[in-house]
Design a protein. Structure first.
Length: 178
């Protein structure tokens, strides 16, 4: 059943950084879902959102996700913060692998990170201050945690660097015989 490792969590929680470092440590290919979408469509996620809207983006995202989930090699996949929340994406992911990791980070840290990088993220680029960002993140986390909680493992990422997060995932992998 274990065809890959899937990293999920809210935007800004460190999925890409953790995925890249973890891939080097275990020698597995790293795939970032958003980067695959951008490559396939030759547009940034922001451009796709602007040109086609969120609903069409979510259809595109699902299509690319399904292709990646069918890859035969063992790999590490980082998915977008909203990916598990649409269609039956989380159920499909959990059917393909029993190594899903929710990188859980408190909303205050997420809001601080995201506010400084909001121009590159379509759903938050119009937020005007950190207080508004924190409210937005809290609301989203409330809505999305039901999906995130379906991950096989939850990694507490608060005040932990990428190395420590990777080490915790590696311990879980060892327990699973990988």
């Amino acid at each position: 059943m274990t065809s890959s490792i899937v990293l999920l969590g809210y935007m800004g929680c460190g999925k890409t950084k953790v995925g890249k470092k973890l891939s080097k440590k275990i020698g597995a290919r790293f795939i970032d879902l958003d980067a695959e979408i951008e490559h396939f469509y030759s547009k940034s996620i922001s451009q796709i959102f602007d040109d086609l809207g969120e609903i069409e983006f979510r259809n595109i995202e699902r299509s690319i996700l399904l292709k990646i989930l069918d890859y035969d090699d063992f790999h590490i996949l980082s998915i977008g913060g909203g990916t598990p929340c649409y269609f039956d994406n989380m159920e499909l992911i959990n059917k393909k692998t029993n190594l899903t990791f929710f990188l859980n980070l408190e909303s205050k840290i997420l809001a601080e990170r995201l506010f400084s990088r909001k121009s590159t993220r379509p759903i938050i680029k119009s937020i005007n201050n950190e207080s508004e960002m924190l409210s937005f993140v809290n609301k989203h986390l409330f809505e999305r945690n039901i999906y995130y909680s379906k991950a096989n493992y939850t990694i507490n990422s608060n005040k932990r660097d990428v190395k420590k997060i990777c080490d915790e995932i590696l311990k879980i992998l060892e327990k699973n015989g990988l």
